[in-house]
Every structure is written in structure tokens, then in C-alpha cells.
Design a protein around this ligand. Sequence first.
Ligand code: SF4
Length: 253
Amino acid sequence: MTELLTAAKVDVENARSQAEGWTAQQVIEWTANSFGSQVALSTSFQADGMVILDMAQRMGVDLRVATIDTGRMPPETYNLIDEIRERYDIPIETYLPDHNEVSDFLTQFGANAFYNSVSLRLLCCQIRKTHPMEKLLEGLDAWIAGVRRSHSATRRDVGKIEIDDAHGGIVKVNPLADWTDEEVWAYIKANDVPYNKLYDMGYTSIGCAPCTRPISSGEDARAGRWWWEDESVPKECGIHMSQGWAEEVKATS
Ligand code: SF4
């Protein structure tokens, strides 16, 4: 944790309540001004992340962009990343799962073991997502995410600016927390923002290929994630949850 965070924390306390009345651009501006190179947008390039990325570019904010390549992403996501590089001409900091952890999992359980139990699914998410996320956040004072309240019940209370206790108490910023799906897509269309072509095939939330499917009419936006699991299991990988969350879910599933 740097001195910058200590100084900014005073500001964070004030900003947290004020930010609820700010626009997404104002939230991004405050974050960039407060943390400079010590903040990054962490994104899997879903529609929400693309809006934030595009907004920052249009505002002239030199925002670091980071992602996790789980190794199981759909080809459409890799195509989108190429499109982003071409459009915005920015580096995309890419974090990978630990080779040994993946190797041990594959050796012991097999490539598609996440279908067999909630515990193995969460273990796979830990290895391929939450552990690389810890590496991504190392040394940062803040991160920006595309989390919105309308995504799911588990996200309905997120603030625009939060303290991320699960990641060492750094600041987590959700500029689109109060945006609707309609607002996200209106922005994308109005600004010709590149987007994942899986959205045109009925997907509303996009993660790893084997764990994501399109949804049916009337289903929750994240219903296509880990669709084979019981509805009582939160549709989360753990990145946006509290510390120890995965262990609690494993214990009760
Ligand atoms: S979404 Fe599926 S493949 Fe990706 S890390 Fe989680 S369980 Fe593994």
C-alpha cells in the first residue's frame, strides 16, 4: 500500500457518498486524478467494461487496462481483444493462471471437472480467475470494475466507490453501478464501441466458454453462467465477493 492510498483514503471517505450523485465520467475522472498509474481497469471485455474503456479514452484519461486470460475463453473474446488493440492502440496487461495450479487440477480432476461439483467449479475459478486477480491487483491502490447493481441479486448493493476488503483494503470503483442494460447498449451503439459478438447470439454475460451459454427470455442476465448449478449457488467466480466466500459456499453446497 503506497502513501498515495493513505492520502487518498481521506478523500475516499468523502467521495464515497458524493459519488452516488456523480456521472460515470465524474467517477472515472476522480479515480484517475486520485490514483494515477496506481489504478487499472480490470475487465473481461464484457459490455460494461467496454463502456468504461471507451469513456476513459474519449476523456483522454491514460487508464491502465488489465485482464485475466483464463485459458478457457471463447474465440469471440480473443477476437474482441484484437479489435480493441487496433481501435485504441493500447497495451492490455494480461495475467495468466499459475501453471502448476492448472497442471495439478487437470492431473487430479480433468479438464471439465467444474461440471462435477460446486466445489470443483469454485476451485477452477480460484485457480483460473481469483488467484490471477490477486496478482493483477498486487501493487495497485485502486481498481475499476464494470459491476452493475442490475446484474444480479448478489450485486444489488454495490457502491460506485468501495473499500475492497477482499483485496487488502484497496479502493474498488464501479462507475456504472447505477446503469441499466439499456444505457450500456445505448452508449455502445451511439459511440460505435467494439463489443463481443456473442451478445448477438443471445449471451448477456460472458465468461469462460464451457461455463457460459445464451439465456432464454425472462431469465436473469447472469443465468447463462454455470447454468447447470442449483439456483441457490451464487453466479459468481469470487472476484467480486468477500474474502472466504468461496470456502463458505463450498462448505454449504
Ligand atoms: S468459469 Fe469455468 S472454466 Fe472458467 S475458471 Fe470458472 S469453472 Fe473454470
